[in-house]
Design a binder for this molecule. Structure first.
Ligand code: ADP
Ligand code: MG
Length: 145
């Protein structure tokens, strides 16, 4: 096992569209400053952005934790919120429960979870209705998604 080189936690406020995307932007800058491979960083930022947006759109609040090792980055996103009653359905491309208002802002294409999975080497999601959702994604440096 490779050791942790860096661990950062960020808190995400649900329903705060003014701040939406701030955490993934912070991560993008962090990875750039660390001189991390651009294609690898891009995949991490896609996953982080989609996860962040899902907390903003659907949950009350959440935490994103990023862990960097020599060979990968893992993202763990836990939220307190309504949870997802049918994960298989939620994972389907094009499925979205976004409101009209969210769609007007350019969100709610129903591609977020599918894109997160596509850009991750390991991906898992667990949810409890009425409690919240947990997403774990690991992106390996030496893979092309
Ligand atoms: N953290 C979450 N909490 C509750 N529901 C969620 C969460 N993330 C995703 N969902 C549900 O899964 C659906 C699909 O998510 P996603 O693929 O990201 O598409 P979109 O965000 O465009 O709706 C959402 O519309 C929502 O119903
Ligand atoms: Mg989404």
């Amino acid at each position: 096992m490779t050791g942790e080189l860096l661990r950062e936690s960020y808190s995400i406020q649900g329903r705060n569209f003014d701040k939406a995307g701030e955490i993934s932007t912070e991560i993008k800058v962090l990875l750039r400053d660390l001189g991390i491979d651009a294609a690898f960083a891009r995949r991490v930022v896609i996953v982080a952005f989609e996860a962040e947006m899902n907390v903003v759109m659907y949950a009350d609040q959440g935490t994103l934790t990023l862990v960097l090792t020599e060979g990968d980055i893992s993202l763990e996103v836990k939220d307190e919120g309504p949870g997802i009653p049918d994960i298989e359905l939620a994972m389907k491309e094009g499925y979205s429960t976004a409101s009209d208002e969210m769609r007007e802002m350019g969100f709610g294409f129903g591609m977020g979870l599918a894109n997160m999975k596509k850009n991750s080497d390991d991906f898992c999601i667990e949810s409890e209705v009425g409690k919240g959702t947990q997403v774990f994604a690991r992106i390996r440096l030496n893979s092309n998604g």
